[in-house]
Design a protein around this ligand. Sequence first.
Ligand code: NAP
Ligand code: HSE
Length: 428
Amino acid sequence: MGVKLGILGLGTVGTGTVQLLQDSTGRHPLLQEIEIYRVGVRSLDKPRAVELSTEVLTTDLESIVNDPAVDIVVEVMGGLEPARSLILKALSNGKHVVTANKAAIARFGAEIFTTANQAGVYVMLEAAVGGGIPVIQPLKQSLSVNRIHTVTGIINGTTNYILTRMQTEGSNFNDVLADAQRLGYAEADPTADIDGLDAADKIAILASLGFGGRINLQDVYTEGIRQVSKTDIAYAEKLGFVIKLLAIAKRDTPSSPLSVRVHPTLVPQAHPLASINGVYNAILVEGEPIGQVMFFGPGAGAGATASAVTSDILNLVAVLKTNTAVTNPLLTCGHQEYCQIAPMADLITRFYARFLTNDQPGVIGKLGTCFGNYGVSLESIVQTGFQGELAEIVVVTHDVPEGNFRQALAEIRNFSAIESIPSLLRVL
Ligand code: NAP
Ligand code: HSE
């Protein structure tokens, strides 16, 4: 007997998944056991790229999650509601769920996984982070015997595309964003991508799996790329860096608090993440004893995401076929405790700062002295040129506590010679 799918959504991801399932030749034989039983959409009149009979398509999504014949619900509609309620209802009705919805998982993961565990069913989310890149199952299974130190990712394709083009063409942020929207890489409302919110959802999910605890999304420090200028990209290049929007989860020892953050970062040109360009994603996992492992691939798109969604479906088909009553701990998210998150002031990192100052003697000396007074050691301090009448000074620090750096900066802002501090970026 076939395994019956109820798919919620037939947009980019839903359509890619149906196409993959309808063309199973040469793929895993278990795919042939899957029946696309119901598909829920908003509008029945919309032209579709896949052929489905009229009995399969419906606008009544509740009827799918309540249908006793449905074995697996595939939520690829996106958004918070009604996606959250439909997922919860499907789980309560004893159905396994596959979802690509990082926004819902990052916000409602606690109640979703609690409901799943109580019902003895699984929630699978390989497509929620990194599109087609297999990273969720590796963190749950293949890498789970390691003591994870850091998970560092370029996990938003839109921002990586924009930063890459700014880097290669010397273009302005606003010009590249407009072009990315025209080409369909960036959404009409790009806020979630540009302001780092999409990457924050994703790193919250990765951190939760890598470090075995729930993450409160509000604790994830989040800064987007709106303030990254072509001037900083050019300076970074001269100094041997590229600027990337990194999502980082890091824990020094198993008993230390976790640091989870998203911000534009100067990445050394020789670092493995520095060469990840365009819409591609990559996730670098560092653990003990394995060392470094990097996952690279397409972070979005119909085919890539369908690959991840369908691999989750396949795992569940295997579970249903073996008919085991015992929940497999390597497929569930069993942790209930929240991770303790370190305040940003305690973060130890390097900084890059660009100052516009009046061109007068002693400014560089005063900057150096002030940083020194707060224990901020400088790797370099250079006057790089002029913007009109103002001198441009660029500072790169050694590793310092963020709190100390901020205190020094607060004092420096009041120096009469300082006109402005247009950029402040962290350095990997
Ligand atoms: P999409 O193209 O906008 O498609 C959404 C689908 O859901 C449409 O078929 C829509 O119906 C249906 N839908 C939405 N709200 C509905 C409602 N209230 N009632 C009934 N149907 C509803 O979205 P997508 O790009 O496929 O993304 C889906 C999910 O995958 C999101 O959570 C997204 O974050 C995630 N994801 C996407 C990508 C990607 O590359 N696109 C990659 C990774 C993860 P109609 O067709 O009738 O409008
Ligand atoms: N908006 C996301 C990105 C799509 O740009 O990476 C995949 O989650």
